[in-house]
Design a protein around this ligand. Structure first.
Ligand code: BTN
Length: 262
């Protein structure tokens, strides 16, 4: 085996995986295990969640047929370097989906910061949760849901499933791609040291750069042209005479009529 292959094998061997049947939330179960002293690098998957958690306190519908997975990391990087991790996770999810989508599918892109879209419809959700443990360690849980067989319908945004685009994979088969893609993305991210390499990969599949967008911030909405992301993953919004506004967190909405044609 080459040095590279040996190194990669070792990186993959560092992860454990526990497949569960029904849980409240795989994120919640990872946090419980962290509090009990788990050393991390633990993947939990479940067939069904009864209390799947989405962003902004929303519920994540979790019937059998889709992927519900969470990865527990302990002290993954200095706190100041964690902001770019969600973008590295999105690159991994994008890689895993691209391994199973048939050729000729609509564009597979990432919407800032970490939604993976097929034909501009949301296919996966990523929720990171962090907790400082009693012993001083920091637990970080990366929760990933992927619409494989089903897609939720009552959402404020269009949704897509892998199955409707001709990818016939089970959640277990899809997870085997994600397991490898995530190990590779974390190695590239390298505890935040590889952030510029991750951003290069992210930009390559970014959705909507150059388009007019609106960003919903906690207290207001701002609009402008999505001019790109910087090397730390911050969204750069060109607001004309107001200059470039950097945005660290918010929900992006594209113009209803899609990409600008000029
Ligand atoms: C979003 O709202 O976009 C994020 C959704 C994240 C859902 C996943 S499913 C597996 C993991 N466990 C949870 O309770 N939530 C995440």
């Amino acid at each position: 085996m080459s040095d590279y292959a040996t190194h990669r094998r070792k990186a993959l061997d560092a992860f454990r995986h526990l497949a569960l049947d029904e849980v409240d939330s795989t994120n919640q179960q990872c946090l419980i295990r962290a509090r009990e002293g788990d050393p991390g690098h633990l993947w939990l998957t479940a067939n069904r969640q009864t209390g799947g958690r989405g962003r902004r306190g929303r519920l994540w519908a979790s019937e059998p047929g889709n992927l519900y997975s969470s990865l527990l990391l302990i002290d993954p990087a200095p706190l100041a370097d964690l902001a770019s991790l969600p973008l590295a996770v999105a690159v991994a999810v994008h890689d895993a989906i691209s391994a199973v989508l048939p050729p000729g599918s609509p564009p597979l892109e990432i919407k800032w910061p970490n939604d993976v879209l097929i034909g501009r419809a949301k296919t996966s959700g990523i929720l990171l949760e962090a907790e400082r443990l009693l012993d001083g360690r920091h637990a970080l849980v990366i929760g990933i849901g992927v619409n494989i067989r089903f897609k939720p319908s009552e959402t404020p945004y269009p949704t897509a499933s892998l199955q409707e685009h001709g990818a016939s994979v089970t959640p277990d088969e899809f997870f085997s791609h994600l397991f490898i893609a995530m190990a590779d993305a974390l190695a590239l991210w390298d505890q935040g040291r590889g952030v510029a390499d991750v951003m290069r990969r992210w930009r390559h599949v970014a959705c909507g750069i150059g388009e007019k967008i609106t960003v919903n911030l906690p207290d207001r909405s701002i609009s402008g042209v999505f001019s790109g992301i910087d090397d730390k993953g911050i969204l750069l919004l060109d607001r004309g005479s107001l200059g470039i506004t950097p945005v660290a967190a918010g929900d992006v909405f594209f113009e209803p009529n899609g990409p600008r044609k000029e």
